[in-house]
Design a protein around this ligand. Structure first.
Ligand code: BG6
Length: 470
């Protein structure tokens, strides 16, 4: 296996960056687009749901990628991107979600986008569902709690696979599918302000997503020969807070809450440990006869986001919570934190890659990683983001270590390669990009793009295949 002896990243490594339609495009009502869960959260996922929206929210115009994608893609190409991960906004294609016929203007937009990427030889990696469910499906059907939504999603997936079969080879089904446990509205279209979201409700919705995802994998393979479809998991490794065996078992229990999602999507069946959890919590999953067969359509690769690790303890008195994007974990006293309180742990990325590879022996793709920071434009108009370079350097160094460990890594797409609207807090002041966007939380700004210091650094990472990573 040649990749083991490589001292650096493989030649075909998919270097790039990641975006999501709802966090960059804006144009939230243009060309027939319908409202999605992303359009009704003025303050991010922890704030209220305001539907229909009242006034302008940051995401409504985001960073105007919808109109500026040509210039942005030229900048990504200048950095040498091999791959761009973004999502197709479901509501551009099916504004309400349950129509039979798609919205041609929406389809045309993504045709144009993929043509632009092709001009520079940038491979698209497309997420079907990145926290972007149509609001109509939420209001009329109860989101993913309703089995009918599977067929609406299948119609969406079939439509885009058929339309883009010559343009897109790499696909992801549900972004951070395990986050439905912590953010049922954005991840599952389930309104916690209207219903009591019990585990029974959540795990039934999860089952519907598993069936929809496996069905999409099957369709994609049939419609696009040679295509590759991945699952997408929020990676958050946990360490025991102490060597106490109770803490170790607590880690195992919590890790399995996440691994459950990759186990089903990678192995094609429910793991034995979840049965005990279901029994002890009176959860009964309603399955149709064909579900077990559909679930056997497993993914080709595993993708995950990685921003931080956390600790776990069985001792409730020591349960000091540390912030994370969607969920909280017990704070690790040995690690520093970002300005937003996310604990920085590059070695946790090597660890996660090895854990997934040992468990599944399938190729892995790091589809999100990055540092959200409050970038300052200095008097010369520059953004000297040394902290970001250092964060990415240290994480990429651990990716290289994992490759040396023998892990098959397909690629790395740094999150928010262009500044975008944060998911959890709904801000623009929390920036991830190599490219700064002049747009601010108070809805002012020219949308002008400025290359940050990290722009040239990442360009060199890509051109040298990581030789400048220390
Ligand atoms: C992941 C999501 O949870 O983390 C992204 O897939 C999100 O949509 C990213 O933006 C970073 O989180 P945040 O809250 O800083 O935007």
């Amino acid at each position: 296996m040649s990749h083991i002896s490589n001292q650096t990243f493989p030649k075909n490594f998919l270097w790039g960056g990641a975006l999501a339609a709802n966090q960059v495009e804006g144009a939230y009502r243009e060309d027939g687009k319908g409202l999605s869960v992303a359009d009704v959260l003025p303050d991010g996922i922890w704030g209220p749901i305001v539907y229909p929206p009242q006034g302008e929210y940051l995401k409504h115009n985001a960073v105007d990628f919808y109109h500026r994608y040509k210039g942005d893609i030229a900048l990504l190409a200048e950095m040498g991107f091999k791959c761009l991960r973004t999502s197709i906004a479901w509501t551009r294609i099916f504004p309400k979600g349950d129509e039979e016929q798609p919205n041609e203007a929406g389809l045309q937009y993504y045709d144009n986008l993929f043509n632009e990427l092709a001009k520079y030889g940038i491979e698209p990696l497309i997420t079907l569902s990145h926290y972007e469910m149509p609001m109509h499906l939420v209001e009329q059907y109860g989101g993913w709690t309703n089995r009918k939504v599977i067929s609406f999603f299948e119609n969406f997936a079939r439509t885009v696979f058929t339309r883009y079969k010559d343009k897109v080879k790499y696909w992801l089904t549900f972004n951070e599918i395990n986050m439905i446990l912590h953010a049922p509205f954005i991840a599952g279209g389930i309104r916690p302000d209207q219903i009591n979201v019990t585990d029974q409700i959540l795990y039934q919705a999860i089952h519907h997503q598993f069936v929809a995802s496996a069905s999409a994998v099957k369709m994609c393979h049939e419609i696009i020969p040679g295509s590759q479809v991945g699952c997408m998991i929020a990676g958050l490794p946990l360490y025991p807070l102490s060597p106490n065996p109770n803490d170790v078992l607590e880690v195992m229990k919590l890790e399995r809450k996440n691994l459950f999602f990759s186990d089903v999507q990678v192995r094609g069946y429910y793991p034995s440990y979840i049965k005990r959890f279901f029994e002890e919590n009176d959860i009964v999953i309603k399955m149709e006869d064909e579900d077990k067969e559909i679930l056997k359509n497993t993914v080709d690769f595993i993708s995950f986001s990685y921003y931080m690790s956390g600790c776990a303890t069985a001792n409730e008195e020591l349960n000091i919570q540390s912030k994370a994007n969607i969920l909280s974990t017990v704070k690790n006293p040995t690690l520093p934190s970002s300005e937003w309180g996310w604990q920085i742990d590059p070695k946790g990325l090597r660890y996660t890659l090895n854990i997934f590879y040992d468990r599944y022996q399938k190729p892995l793709f790091i589809t999100e990683n990055g540092l959200g920071a409050n970038d300052i434009v200095n008097e010369k108009g520059e953004i000297i983001d040394e902290y970001r370079i250092s964060y990415l350097n240290d994480h990429l160094n651990e990716v290289r270590e994992a490759i040396k460990d023998g892990v098959e890594v397909m690629g790395y797409t740094s999150w928010g390669c262009i500044d975008l609207v944060s998911q959890s807090s709904g801000e623009l002041g929390k920036r991830y990009g190599f490219i700064y966007v002049d747009r601010h939380d108070n809805l002012t700004g020219s949308f002008e793009r400025i290359k940050k210091k990290s722009f040239n650094w990442y360009k060199e990472v890509i051109s040298s295949r990581g030789q400048n990573i220390k």
